[in-house]
Design a protein around this ligand. Structure first.
Ligand code: DP6
Length: 332
């Protein structure tokens, strides 16, 4: 390693959307077609260490001990933005580790890109405000813009041609409305259709996509209000509705995008039954088969037990809400 190598590390948590991001605005800046609202999870994270070194010939990326050249284009594009800002051309070696299954609908690209841009900005000595980091993270993955922040987070779609107003911002810190999340893992392995390509195919061929766009702002308003007033039942209703609507639009895509398996549906049924019987819990599912049950902290044990006993649930992951991205010096 050269004497003028620049290093830093970051930990970013994954997040799950309660009102979904699904669809992109035209252009190459990865601006979402709709806003979204998410919660950041404490227990699911990406740890990323990064070194810029003038002696490196090209960017390199390792994830969970394996070289991933397939991810390099998106990674280098984010690093290029930061290199331009710093006026530095050095290539980078990026080593990242997820403490949860990658690419299976647990938002590994969200935590991954949030950690990447935060570590890179720190290594380059750029003092970027969280909003600026969120804009750069968005270029890597739309949902990553939200993982810069902790607690409840809103992503604004924005309307500026250069994407300057397409960023995330915090709504409520984790401690202001502590909720827990119980994830039922129903399948491991990477998903067949990544969310980015899925949403683009959906926009092209799903007859329900225009309705998705048209009804989305009202969902955002209801969700914001449910969070502001800490109204669990209202949050449950809007989050489940947004999730069903996204998946309905996805299923009507040609060819169909079916992210669920049979166990996914069993979990959804069980969670809705629990809520009917008075347990404060609701579900959400992203572009994969895992089910995330969001509950009041006192209900966590009952939710875990109910999901763990369902045949086909291979693993349970539990989390409370977590903080935004953290960076540190890197000595390795
Ligand atoms: C279903 O952020 O993975 O999880 O911007 O193409 O990287 P890209 O998409 P990505 O999409 C996430 C979609 C979702 C809903 C959500 O997280 O809001």
């Amino acid at each position: 390693m050269s004497a003028d190598a620049m290093k830093a590390a970051a930990r970013a948590r994954s997040n799950i959307a309660l009102v979904k991001y699904w669809g992109k605005a035209p252009g190459k800046l990865n601006v979402p077609a709709v806003g979204s609202i998410s919660i950041t999870l404490d227990a699911l994270w990406s740890d990323t260490e990064l070194i810029f070194d003038p002696a490196f010939a090209a960017d390199e990326f390792m994830l969970d001990g394996k070289h991933r050249p397939d991810q390099l284009a998106r990674i280098s594009a984010c690093l290029d933005i930061l290199r331009d800002l710093a006026g530095i051309g050095a290539r980078a070696a990026v080593v990242s580790r997820n403490n949860f299954p990658t690419g299976a609908g647990l938002a590994s690209s969200a935590s991954g890109f949030a950690a990447l841009v935060s570590a890179a900005a720190r290594a380059l000595g750029l003092e970027l405000a969280p909003r600026e980091l969120s804009i750069v993270a968005r270029r890597g993955s739309g949902s990553a813009a939200r993982s810069i922040f902790g607690g409840f987070v809103e992503m604004r779609a924005g309307s500026a041609a250069d994407g300057r107003d397409s960023y995330a911002e915090p709504l409520l810190a984790a401690a202001e409305w502590p909720l827990d999340v119980v994830v039922a893992v129903t399948a491991t392995g990477e998903k067949e259709v990544a969310s980015g390509s899925g949403m683009m195919r959906c926009a092209q061929s799903s007859p329900f996509y225009p309705a998705w766009l048209e009804t989305h702002p009202a969902d955002m308003a209801l969700c914001r209000e449910a969070i502001r007033s800490r109204d669990f039942e209202a949050l449950a209703e809007i989050a489940e509705a947004s999730c069903f609507k996204m998946h309905a639009a996805a299923m009507a895509t040609r060819p169909a995008l079916i992210y669920w398996n049979g166990v996914t549906l069993e979990c959804i049924g069980r969670i809705r039954q629990l809520r009917k019987s008075g347990v404060p819990v609701f579900f959400t599912v992203d572009a994969g088969p895992q089910v995330k049950a969001v509950c009041a902290p006192g209900a966590r044990g009952a939710v875990r037990e109910a999901l763990a006993e369902l045949p086909g649930v291979v693993r349970i992951i539990e989390s409370s809400l977590g903080p935004g991205v953290e960076t540190r010096e890197c000595n390795s």
